[in-house]
Design a protein around this ligand. Structure first.
Ligand code: WTA
Length: 660
C-alpha cells in the first residue's frame, strides 16, 4: 500500500508560487484596545510560552477551561501516532456546553436565534436547550442506546440537529452527522462502516423553497443498513411520511414524557465523541474520529481566541451546516462551550432573495460572521445592491473557512461587508485537526489578503520539501505539524492502517496535512492547495476516486477520470473524462451519468462537465495522466476535439514519460 499523499517522485522539487500579494491590513486601534489579545507582542508572548512546553500549556488550559467531574492525572500519552490527552479525567461535552452555563446563572442567555428558511423562528436559551437535550438524551437511553453506540444523524439545520448531537454526547453515544445533501447510498455506506444502531432524521427540510424528503432517502438507505435497529423522525416539514412499525419512532412522541433534568454521564477524556466522514484519495470515505476532552478544549479555546469572543456582546453567526466539521466545532461545541449567542439558519443564501444573509445580519444584529469563500464569490456575482439595502453596522469581525480566499474576494468582503472596519480571520484547518490551526488573532495580527497568517498557541507548523528537508522563505512544500495537539484526530474509524499511512508514514514524527504551503519573510503562511487527488468544491472535500467509482458503477461506463478545474463560484468545479462501453456519446447519456452520480454520492459531486473519449491518456505504467487532464479541463492545453469525442492517443504518447 502506498501513502495517500504518495509522492510524485518526478515532480519538480519546488512548488510554483504564483501569488504576489503585498497589502497589509492591521486592526484598528479601537479593535485592538478592546481585544483580549490586543497586540503582536501579546500574541508572541502567548505563542512562545505555549510552544516552550506544549504539554504544560495544554495542561493549564484544560484545568482552567473545562469542567471536570474528576481531574485528569496525565496530560499526554503519545505513542506515535496515537495520542491520548488528559488521562484519568472525567468530563462531559454536553455538560460543558449546557449545564455549566445554567449552573453559573446564565440559563437565560440566548443560545440560538433560529430562523427556518420559510421564515419561521425560534429563540432558545441555554436553560431551554439544556432541558431539551436532557429529554432527548433520556429518550435515547430508554431506547437502549448506550455509551459507545454509533448514531447517524441526517437532518436539516433545525435546532433539533444540535440537540441530537448534544444528547448523544450527554450519554456517551458516538454521533456521525451526515450532511443533508448526501444520497441514500452515501448514508448506507456510512451506517455500515460505523455499524450504526440508530438513525435520527426529519420528515423533510427546506432548501431554496424546495422540500427535501429526508426520511424517504433514509428509508432507501435503511434497506441496505442491517445494523440499524431504529429510526427517530422529527416532524419538521409536515410532508406525508411512511413510518415502519417497530423500527420508526416520532421524535415528539418519544420525548413527550421524558425528564428535563437527565444528568450528563461522567465520561473518560478519551471516550469517542463523534465520527465525521470525509474524503480521502481512495474511493472509501474515512471516518475521522474525535474524542471528548481534547476536542472540547480545542474547539472552545480556538473559538475564543480567533473570534475574540465576548459572551455578553457578540452575536455569532457561522453559516456552515452541522454536517461538516465547521458546524461541529464552530456552531455546536466551540461556541456553546464558550456560552455564545448564535444565529442558526436553515436555508439557502438566495432564498427568497439574494439578500437573505444581509437581512438576517441586520435583523439579529450579528457582530461576527463566519462564512466560506464560495459564498463570498456568489455574493459578488449577485451584485452589491443586495448588500446595500441593509444596515450591516453591527458587524465587527468577519471570518472565512474551507478553502483559500483569493485576494480580490477578500477585498470585497473587507470593504463591502465589513465596511473597511472589520478584520477578516482567514482560518486554515481540517476535519482532522478538530479546530482552527492557523488564523489571524484579529486584535493582534495584521491581515494579508489570501494568507491564514500565523499558527495558534500550541501549534508548530513546518513546511518540507519532498525529500523532507525544510523549505526556505517563500518556497512551497508539504505542510506538516510538529507536535500533537488536543484537537487532533484520534484515528480513522476501524482502520488504524489507513490512519498511519495517510497522516504519519510519509514524514516521520509529524502530522502530514495533505496541503502545500509556503511561509513568507514575515512568518505568514499561505496555503497552496492539496498534495493529493482531493478536490475542493464549494469548500467541501471530494476525492476524485469517489466520483470515478460512482461513474464506473454505471453499466455504460468503461473508465472514468475526474479532475478539478477552476470555477468562478465554487472554487473548483468537477470535470470528468469518460469512456463508454455500449452507448453512443450523446446528451441522453450525459444526463443519465449526472443523475447517476447524484444518486451515488449526492448533488455536490455532480460533474460540471462530462467529456467523452475513446481512451484515457495513461503513462506506460498505466496511471491516468491527471496533470494533462487537469490542463485540458482548465483550457490550458487543447486537444483535437472531434466534437463530442476526444482522442488522447497522440497526446498520451507525447507525454507518456512525464508523469510518474
Ligand atoms: C482547505 C474545513 C486555504 C485545505 C475546515 C484543507 C483551506 C481542507 C482553508 C480541509 C483556508 C480549509 N485556506 N485552504 N483558510 N481552510 N482549507 O476537512 O485544503 O472540510 O486541507 O475542513 O480545506 O477541509 P475540511
Amino acid at each position: 500500500m502506498t501513502s495517500e499523499h504518495g509522492s510524485d517522485s518526478k515532480a519538480p522539487k519546488q512548488i510554483a508560487n504564483v501569488m504576489n500579494e503585498t497589502r497589509v491590513f492591521p486592526p484598528s486601534g479601537e479593535f485592538s484596545r478592546n481585544a483580549s489579545i490586543g497586540s503582536m507582542q501579546a500574541y508572541e508572548s502567548i505563542y512562545n510560552h505555549s510552544i516552550a512546553d506544549t504539554e504544560k500549556f495544554w495542561e493549564s488550559q484544560a484545568r482552567e477551561h473545562l469542567h471536570w467531574f474528576e481531574p485528569f492525572t496525565k496530560t499526554l500519552d503519545w505513542q506515535e501516532p496515537f495520542a491520548q490527552w488528559f488521562l484519568g479525567g472525567k468530563t462531559n461535552v454536553s455538560y460543558n456546553c449546557l449545564d455549566a452555563h445554567v449552573q453559573a446563572g446564565r440559563g437565560d442567555r440566548v443560545a440560538f436565534h433560529w430562523e427556518g428558511e420559510p421564515g419561521d423562528t425560534r429563540t432558545i436559551t441555554y436553560a431551554e436547550l439544556t432541558k431539551e437535550v436532557s429529554r432527548f438524551a433520556s429518550a435515547l437511553s430508554k431506547l437502549g442506546i448506550q455509551k459507545g453506540d454509533r448514531v447517524s444523524i441526517y437532518m436539516p439545520m433545525v435546532p433539533e440537529l444540535p440537540v441530537a448531537m448534544l444528547a448523544c454526547a450527554r450519554i456517551g453515544a458516538i454521533h456521525s452527522v451526515i450532511f443533508g445533501g448526501f444520497s441514500a447510498e452515501a448514508i448506507a455506506d456510512r451506517n455500515n462502516d460505523a455499524q450504526a444502531k440508530l438513525v435520527i432524521t426529519a420528515d423533510g427540510g427546506w432548501r431554496r423553497g424546495k422540500l427535501l424528503a429526508l426520511k424517504q432517502t433514509v428509508d432507501e438507505a435503511l434497506a441496505k443498513s442491517p445494523s440499524v435497529e431504529h429510526c427517530i423522525v422529527l416532524r419538521r416539514a409536515g410532508n406525508e411520511t411512511k413510518m415502519h412499525a417497530g423500527r420508526d419512532l416520532w421524535w415528539h412522541e418519544l420525548t413527550a414524557n421524558q425528564p428535563d433534568d437527565f444528568p450528563a454521564v461522567a465520561l473518560d477524556s478519551e471516550d469517542p465523541l463523534f465520527i465525521l466522514y470525509t474524503s480521502g484519495s481512495t474511493g472509501k470515505p474515512k471516518g475521522i474520529k474525535h474524542t471528548t476532552a481534547g476536542y472540547n478544549l480545542y474547539a472552545k479555546r480556538t473559538f475564543e481566541w480567533v473570534f475574540d469572543h465576548k459572551p455578553d456582546q457578540d452575536i455569532f453567526w457561522c453559516t456552515a451546516d452541522c454536517g461538516w466539521i465547521t458546524g461541529h466545532s464552530y456552531i455546536v461545541y466551540g461556541p456553546l462551550s464558550a456560552g455564545a449567542t448564535q444565529v442558526l439558519y436553515e436555508g439557502a443564501p438566495n432564498w427568497p432573495a439574494e439578500d437573505r444573509f444581509w437581512e438576517l445580519i441586520e435583523k439579529y444584529k450579528v457582530t461576527i460572521l463566519y462564512t466560506a469563500p464560495t459564498a463570498i464569490r456568489a455574493f459578488i456575482k449577485w451584485g452589491d445592491h443586495h448588500v446595500e439595502k441593509h444596515d450591516l453596522s453591527s458587524l465587527r469581525l468577519l471570518g472565512s473557512v474551507g478553502e483559500g480566499i483569493n485576494p480580490e474576494a477578500w477585498m470585497w468582503y473587507y470593504n463591502k461587508i465589513g465596511g473597511g472596519r472589520c478584520p477578516i480571520v482567514d482560518t486554515w484547518w481540517q476535519t482532522e485537526t478538530g479546530g482552527i490551526m492557523m488564523s489571524p488573532l484579529p486584535g493582534a495580527i495584521a491581515c494579508k489578503p489570501g494568507s491564514c497568517t500565523k499558527p495558534l498557541p500550541g501549534i508548530i507548523p513546518r513546511v518540507l520539501h519532498a525529500d523532507l528537508t525544510d523549505v526556505g522563505t517563500n518556497e512551497g512544500g508539504m505542510l506538516c505539524i510538529e507536535k500533537p495537539w488536543p484537537g487532533m484526530l484520534r484515528g480513522v474509524w476501524g482502520d488504524d492502517e489507513r490512519f498511519n499511512e495517510t497522516y504519519w508514514k510519509r514524514v516521520p514524527h509529524m502530522y502530514l496535512t495533505g496541503d502545500n504551503a509556503r511561509c513568507d519573510e514575515d512568518g505568514y503562511y499561505w496555503i497552496m492547495g492539496r498534495i493529493d487527488d482531493v478536490i475542493n468544491v464549494s469548500g467541501h472535500r471530494l476525492s476524485t476516486i469517489e466520483i470515478e467509482s460512482a461513474l464506473v458503477s454505471h453499466p455504460s461506463v468503461a473508465e472514468a477520470a475526474a479532475v478539478g478545474r477552476p470555477d468562478e463560484i465554487k472554487g473548483q468545479g468537477i470535470a470528468v473524462f469518460v469512456t463508454l462501453k455500449n452507448h453512443a456519446p450523446d446528451e441522453s447519456i450525459r444526463d443519465e451519468l449526472k443523475k447517476h452520480v447524484r444518486k451515488e454520492i449526492g448533488a455536490l459531486a455532480v460533474p460540471d462537465e462530462i467529456r467523452f473519449t475513446t481512451m484515457l491518456p495513461k503513462t506506460r505504467s498505466g496511471k491516468i495522466m491527471r496533470r494533462l487532464l487537469r490542463d485540458i479541463a482548465s483550457g490550458k492545453q487543447s486537444v483535437q476535439d472531434t466534437s463530442t469525442l476526444e482522442d488522447f492517443s497522440v497526446l498520451a504518447k507525447l507525454r507518456g514519460d512525464e508523469e510518474g
